[in-house]
Design a protein around this ligand. Sequence first.
Ligand code: CP3
Length: 355
Amino acid sequence: MVSIINDVFLKTLSREKTSYTPVWIMRQAGRYLPEYLETRKKAGSFLDLCKNKDFATEVAMQPLDRYPDLDAAILFSDILTVPDAMGLGLYFEEGEGPRFKNPLQNEKEIQKLDIPDVEEKLNYVFNAVKSIKDALRNRVPLIGFSGSPWTLATYMVEGKGGSDFLKIKKMLYNRPDLINHILKINTETVTKYLACQIDAGADVIMIFDSWGGVLAHQEYESYSLNYMKVILSNLNLLGYQKTPKILFTKGGGQWLQAQANSGANALGTDWQTNLSSARKIVNDKVALQGNLDPAILLSDPKLIEKAVKEVLDDYGHGEGHIFNLGHGITQFTPPENLQALLETVRNYSPQFHKK
Ligand code: CP3
């Protein structure tokens, strides 16, 4: 295996000693960057960006070109490519987010749902992974990703991003068999999808469980965590034990103990979670990623510096912290404010890694 030049992120995932705290930013390629908007215009639309490997590579590299302090790259794509490959017809309504032409509205549609030919239907994603990996020239590791079975199911049933999630929750309470059918198909599909991303060159994989936090505490493990565990253990059985795996349930800070026993190497945390308490709960068994409130980036460099230091102080001394936001960066972030964040992480964090 060719070694990665900057391996601080990889070392932290296995809780090995590093000289500073690594950092990357969820949605680091995106609309807050003027160069991203320019490429999107050239491509035509967001989906055109995802489906063309040259455009996907260009936008994935943009944050790394602008910010030399980033310690990881992430595949440019979207979690909703998976239901799209299942035939649900993904499209984006300008300013309104993702929608599906054919959401799963009744039992008949759900029974018809099947595992797609991942290699063929999602080939454009694996081509993007290969192309981004080449462009990186091993400068930093590349993260591949997927949505969790539950999070994908919320979009598949609701037909769009949720607010109250009443459609899927009504189904969950009335017809758990139908939800479990969708979740099983998603689990198998995501396992294959992530395996193909690793084969194409992803060094790390991350499962985004963006809507796991809307489940009642009695249901989280049955409907979200257990399916993610199946993905992680099946990837290990398929021979991908060495690829580090990150699991992030947004709004899932109260279930950290169960998540720490999932087989993941690292857990994402949002800003509602206190990192020092989280660290005690997981007992340094896994690394922790997070967890600055993305909204702080709408303030000014002085306030950002203070808030970044607080997050680093919260985690405290020792290995196993990957600095990130608690959720994706917002499109309204002034790019120079991210620079202030990155500089503070790089300058302030070395003290936590001294003997
Ligand atoms: O982190 C990165 O830089 C990689 C790219 C990435 C995107 N989406 C690009 C994107 C990743 C990792 C995602 C994951 C994703 N997509 C999630 C999980 C993470 C999370 O935010 O909770 C979810 C829930 C989605 C679904 C999705 N895609 C939504 C809700 C939206 C619209 C909301 C928004 O922010 O506008 C998207 C569109 C999307 N995905 C954009 C980008 C850059 C914006 C599209 C545009 O250019 O107009």
